[in-house]
Design a protein around this ligand. Structure first.
Ligand code: FES
Length: 172
């Protein structure tokens, strides 16, 4: 099971058991996921703090989480607690259940596959200095999904994102 976290900057996602406690400690976040069986990696800051947002792969998102996954469509309701941290510019999240990374870049959302193009790790993500970092082997990608540091040599696949008010829709 994973856990989810909220903060207000950039973030780093960690695998399933990013303890809520350590999260709250390092990111000062708000967490309420455990009970929901949901996991998110979310915001932190350029100093490498961590955060998580997103439903775990094994647990369907709860209706109250703010995340709904239906086929290849992910809907994020920014008014919900679990998703609200993404409203802040610089926030990011890993929606593990949908193998999707999402980031708020100056108020605009971008989304990418969380499957690293190097060797396929999909849950070991951090976000630091405006870059996604795959902690499996250290590949880094900018907020356009472009490789900025190997060993990966291919960009992350980007998904289409639309927003209407507080509803963000990602189409894989
Ligand atoms: Fe991501 Fe190797 S799988 S850097």
């Amino acid at each position: 099971m994973q856990e989810k976290i909220n903060t207000s900057s950039e973030a780093f996602y960690e695998n399933e058991l990013v303890s809520r406690k350590s999260f709250l400690k390092t990111a000062g976040s708000v967490a309420l996921f455990a009970a929901l069986g949901i996991s998110f990696t979310g915001c932190s800051s350029d100093n490498g703090t961590e955060n998580i947002v997103g439903p775990s792969q094994d647990t369907p998102p709860d209706g109250n989480s703010g995340f709904t996954i239906s086929g290849n469509t992910i809907t994020i309701d920014l008014t919900k607690d679990d998703a609200s941290s993404l409203s802040n510019s610089g926030s990011w999240g890993l929606i593990a259940a949908a193998q999707t990374l999402v980031v708020n870049v100056g108020g605009s959302f971008r989304a990418f596959t969380s499957i690293c193009t190097h060797a396929g790790c999909d849950r070991s993500w951090n976000f630091s200095n405006q870059q996604f970092v795959c902690t499996c082997h250290g590949s880094r990608f900018n907020t356009r999904g472009e490789v900025v540091q190997g060993p990966a040599n291919r960009n992350l696949q980007e998904f289409s994102v639309t927003q209407s008010g507080n509803i963000v829709t990602i189409q894989k």
